[in-house]
Design a protein around this ligand. Structure first.
Ligand SMILES: Cc1ncc(COP(=O)(O)O)c(C=O)c1O
Length: 448
């Protein structure tokens, strides 16, 4: 870090923090040098939302290379669940790294791998016996879940949803439909993938979604040919949409009736973010296969496929990964899960309620906010040009992101015109209240 910072967690006060602070308009001189080099040599496919060049962080605060400090409301796309440099996670990672980096969990054994599989299997929703496959990322876990579902059912077709996002590999990309640029030019994609409407109470009705599914089964696709229905229980990249629980219950019934695997992609929603270990626990629906990544490792690359023991029956050697369940990543995940269990899921409930209430107040004040919805620290703020027509305010969200950055608040958009509020689960009352102040000031300025 560039400047001297007080160690460990900041004191629980709303007045004496050393952040946010902007000492030089970002990007500062050091940031500009790094950005110039990155632009010269890195792949042009990277997005780079705004010119943040991170040097380190503490709790829910991020510091850039020029000494600017920001409140983080996006956690590197809902990943840094324990915040930055959590002492318990850092210790677990350092201790594991000092022992060994690699032996390959697909071929050999070690404590952390077995411990993490046990912990995740025991966390699975709905009870019963579950097994776990460890991977490196969300998309790799989705890829594996599709393989498992097809292998188990010996069927080919897959159903996913409008605005879904499941990753960048061929299965992930084929299942996704949030933005055409994720697919354009990469075909042919996986065959036999059918997209249906996802229930977003702000934009459509449950009846419409059910009707579209029944029509598909009547006209194009026999449910008996379907291997899996892959759903984000709450939609992430597509717009932080929260369906009625009846939507997931409908798909559970269909899957039960026709022997289809129900796969929940909890890459963005899982591991305590909504206040429960898995978001589907709020909905009273358990899947057959559950996919995790992102917050699981606090930023260390790790993903997981959880499946009912009766489903995860693929034979020895049929699926594997050189790095999946890397020992250092396993240590980070175990430390993360211990924190989620003991404090962070509860904090997500408390801080999520505070944030939601604050954002709803801002909705009363600013007409451009069409909808505010959330579960724990998974909150969507959708912007519209007009509340009656609900026309998405796409440009406003882009400008809000940039303006908030210059004032010391890190935001990230999703969907057409939604800000996803997905901060580190360690964020506290100060981070909420100060962030709301900046959010409010930005909207006043943008509307003015
Ligand atoms: C719901 C969901 N699934 C899958 C992925 C892909 O994860 P990864 O980027 O780790 O491959 C993402 C990433 O944003 C996601 O949000």
């Amino acid at each position: 870090m560039t400047a001297k910072m007080s160690p460990a967690k900041p004191a629980q006060t709303t007045t004496n923090r050393d952040y946010p602070r902007i000492v030089v308009a970002p990007p500062g001189p050091k940031a500009k040098t790094i950005i110039a080099k990155d632009k010269q040599y890195s792949s042009p496919s990277y997005i780079k939302e705004y010119p943040l060049v991170i040097d380190g962080g503490r709790g829910a605060m991020v510091e850039d290379v020029d000494g600017n400090r920001y409140i983080d409301w996006m956690a590197g796309i809902a990943v840094s669940s324990t915040g930055y440099a959590h002492p318990k996670v850092v210790k677990a990672v350092v201790d594991a790294a000092a022992k060994f980096f690699h032996i390959c969990g697909t071929d050999f054994y070690y404590q952390g791998f077995a411990d993490l599989c046990e912990k995740l299997a025991q966390s699975a929703p709905g009870g019963g016996k579950w097994r776990v496959f460890l991977s490196n990322s969300g998309t790799e876990s989705i890829e594996g879940a599709v393989k498992l579902a097809r292998h188990h059912t010996r069927r080919g077709a897959l159903i996913s949803f409008h605005n879904a996002f499941h990753g960048r590999t061929y299965a992930g990309m084929s299942l996704s439909s949030s933005k055409v640029k994720y697919r354009k030019g990469f075909g042919p994609l996986l065959p036999e993938v059918y997209h249906l409407p996802f229930h977003n109470p702000y934009r459509n009705t449950l009846e419409d979604c059910v009707q579209a599914a029944l029509e598909l089964f009547e006209t194009k696709l026999s449910p008996e040919d379907v291997a899996a229905v892959i759903i984000e229980p709450l939609q992430g990249e597509g717009g932080y949409a929260i369906p009625d629980k009846e939507f997931l219950q409908f798909w559970r019934r269909i899957c039960d009736e026709y022997g289809i695997m129900l796969v929940f992609d909890e890459v963005q929603t899982g591991v305590g973010r909504t206040g429960k270990m898995w978001a589907c626990e709020h909905m009273g629906v358990a899947p057959d296969i559950l996919v995790s990544a992102k917050g699981l490792g606090s930023g260390m690359p790790i993903g997981a496929i959880l499946a009912k023991e009766s489903v995860m029956t693929w034979p020895r050697g049929s699926h594997g990964s050189t790095y999946g369940g890397n020992p250092v990543a396993c240590a980070s995940a175990l430390a993360t899960l211990a924190l989620v269990d003991t404090e962070l899921a509860d904090n997500a409930v408390a801080m999520g309620a505070r944030l939601l209430a604050g954002l709803k107040k801002l909705q009363d004040k600013h007409a451009c906010i069409g909808d505010v919805r959330g579960l724990g620290l998974f909150i969507g703020v959708e912007f519209v040009k007009d509340r009656a027509t609900k026309e998405p305010a796409v440009e406003l969200v882009a400008r809000l992101e940039q303006l908030a950055f210059t004032k010391g608040l890190l935001l990230l958009g999703c969907g057409k015109s939604t800000i996803r509020v997905a901060p580190p689960l360690v964020l506290d009352a100060y981070d909420v209240d100060k962030g709301l102040e900046i959010f409010d000031a930005c909207l006043t300025e943008l509307e003015g």
